[in-house]
Design a protein around this ligand. Structure first.
Ligand code: B12
Length: 284
């Protein structure tokens, strides 16, 4: 997918971030021999392509949905998938409202439903089984559903911090960043969501004006120019950068200068909280 023959080795924490599970869960999978590993410098390492192959196999087994929590995610995903692919946005909205009403978190419906379903639609589109118009209609419906959640009343109580969320210049995928924005807002952050394809100086300017605690960048493509210039400019301005998304691995994000990497909305929430805590501890 990245169009490169380079081998990317992930630490167990990076692999857990990509999968969106706890380190210990991933460690158990490694110990049971589920996921192939190497030992480098005395520590376990996982080849990115091995992890991707394992994820794909697992998703096929479970209907393209991570097995998080007790809910029947494969059945929920099948239902939402058919609403999205047939353009039944009312049914999709009702399903999401029922799930939210039933206590499903925003991170869960992004990481366990919308993300895997869009991934599935992307695969069908690549094989020619769904059209560009089908994909656009489904993406637009997901966007509208997420925007509804984003514009709903914020979580009451003190704010955890302030975050600017964007995708760098050249990356037109706004949905992953929108999911992160919705998740962080639901967690209690003030979120300034700038959408996709943003010049670095605009992102820095917003971070300064809003006195942001961090900048979260989503990356869905293999092209690096816009991402590198943004990480450099934001870091030089003194803001920690959290990078995530399907277009980049944790080790590459850190090599490019990101402070942290996350592979899911749940990881974005945990990591943003950790960054704010660390900054507060440093200024005490
Ligand atoms: C929808 C879509 C589009 C839509 C975007 C609509 C929108 N408003 O966002 C449109 C039609 C615009 C589009 C365009 C293109 N796309 Co496109 N697109 C997709 C598709 C089908 C879904 C992407 C998506 O929203 N996924 C759902 C999200 C939520 O999943 P996610 O990104 O993994 O995010 C999760 C985690 O990674 C994490 N996360 C995400 N961001 C962040 C950020 C932080 C800080 C953290 C902590 C976590 C985090 O949380 C999310 C929820 O779990 C994918 C297929 C796929 N396999 O993903 C291709 C895909 C991303 N697109 C691709 C391509 C090539 C293109 C085009 C070049 C196609 C073309 N020939 O024109 C163009 C233009 C690209 C550009 N310059 O930006 C490739 C990218 C390959 C690569 N690595 O370069 C993919 C992978 C398809 C493929 N297999 O070829 N695309």
């Amino acid at each position: 997918m990245m169009g490169s023959t380079e081998v990317t080795l992930l630490t167990l924490q990076e692999a857990a971030d990509v999968v969106g599970c706890h380190y210990q869960t991933l460690y158990r999978r490694v110990r049971s021999g589920d996921i192939p590993t190497l030992v480098a410098g005395g520590s376990y390492r996982i080849r990115r392509e091995d992890l991707d192959a394992w994820l794909e196999e697992r998703d096929q087994r479970s209907g393209a949905v991570p097995d998080r929590g007790q809910r029947d995610w494969p059945a929920q995903a099948d239902r939402l998938f058919s609403h999205l692919i047939t353009g039944d946005s009312d049914a999709a909205r009702q399903q999401i409202d029922r799930l939210l009403g039933g206590g499903v978190s925003v991170a869960e419906f992004c990481d366990c439903l919308f993300g895997p379903i869009l991934f599935r639609i992307g695969g069908l589109w690549r094989k020619g089984d769904v059209s560009i118009a089908d994909e656009h209609r489904a993406s637009r419906t997901v966007e509208a559903l997420l925007e509804r959640v984003l514009s709903a009343r914020p979580k009451p109580g003190p704010k955890l911090g302030s975050v600017v969320v964007a995708a760098a210049r050249g990356d037109r995928h706004s949905l992953p960043g929108l999911m992160v924005a919705v998740g962080l807002r639901a967690d209690g952050f003030v979120v300034h969501h700038l959408g996709a394809d943003l010049p670095a100086e605009e992102i820095v300017d917003m971070a300064r004006r809003e006195n942001a605690d961090l900048v979260a960048l989503s990356c869905s493509i293999a092209e690096r120019e816009g991402l590198i210039e943004t990480i450099d400019a934001v870091s030089a301005a003194g803001f920690p950068v959290l990078v995530g998304g399907s277009g980049i691995s944790g080790s590459e994000a850190i090599d490019l200068g990101a402070a942290r990497y996350g592979g899911s909305v749940a990881a974005a929430q945990q990591t943003a909280r950790a960054i704010v805590r660390e900054r507060a501890a440093r200024t005490r």
